[in-house]
Design a protein around this ligand. Sequence first.
Ligand SMILES: Cc1ncc(COP(=O)(O)O)c(C=O)c1O
Length: 395
Amino acid sequence: MILRRFPPMGVYETLFKFADATGQYMGDSGTHPWAQGYPLTTQIPGGPSLPTSVEVGHLDLKYPKATGEPPLLTAIVDYYNRFYDAGITTDNVAVFAGGRPAIFATLAFLLEDTAIAVESTEYTPYYDMLNVLGRQVHLIPSRSDNRFRPSVEQYEIAPGDGARRFMLVKSNPCNPTGVALGGSALKQLIDMFSRSESGALIDEAYEFYCHPEPDSALRYIEDIDQTNIFVIGAATKGLQVPGMRIGWAVAAKEHIEIFRNYSSFGMGGVSRASQLYVTELLALERVTQARSAIGKYYSEQRSRYAEGLAALGFELFTGTGGFYHWGRVPGGLTGDELNERLFRHGAGILPGRLCDMARSAGKTSELDDFVRFSFGPLQADSYHQDMQILSTCLA
Ligand SMILES: Cc1ncc(COP(=O)(O)O)c(C=O)c1O
């Protein structure tokens, strides 16, 4: 073995355990994929349909441009300028093969003397990326005692131990908690991490999944070229196409140039066919319809499942965004113990410990009795069966 060893990201750990216990892949028909972070990939009520083909000519078989094809870059720019008055151009955007590659590239090329600030309850892969890249990490408390809603003062931190500056890494809406910052609270955070040499990576994968309305950091950035802010978006959730593998970073031109250089030696651009497909999804009229339909359908699902889970005894801390419920399991069970019971019914949740940025193998986590319940892939008519299975497993 000549490679460094590391385990799969937490969600996959759960998927593999599920497969071992049930002989099925979570997400196959007949399973109840509450651990999974994907949206419905079918037309939702009031939403636009999803194209079933994409036309590819011989020019599309050439190498793509390093930071993205001009029609997709233009569609992304038009989108942010239309909805958030972002004032960006195509020189501010780089396309990647999904949201995670955009996040990983940003973290990989940070200057050595940059420390990471991250909330203690966050998106599982941040943990793996920061570990593999060996970054110095400062945890901002996001726990049950602050209801997973750090106050603005808790982000006021000073670098130490050889670090000159901080880069905040934050999902907004947050996966797993659903806590969403918008309006003046988001503006305050952006202002705070635009000061001096600091920076922020704001991961807006769940932008559309927000009640009553989506918001974006791009609304509050005066001139992105003067900042170290990176806004990450993806077609994965909002546009309902995780399989297309398209994500992007919006940042200062000089940062986008670094991504272009990286792409030239390490990526070779992103599939043109996928870019063509996603360009179509971002047509302004279509995306306007998608934003409002996603917001409506998933807000209804969020409320319905909140009621059902609370009635079963879950103590919920969920915010107003995303497609997860975040809460404490009743009856003193841990997330892993609940999963053992759920697996027998072809169901599974994500144990909360996998969202603990402070976890270490073999040790207990503050989030052992928490779970993330995903309603992203669920059709509206699965609700009663979902509640039935949970109720049986908690009895
Ligand atoms: C917080 C967050 N960021 C980014 C992503 C994007 O992932 P992908 O690499 O699948 O586009 C996800 C998907 O699970 C996510 O939950």
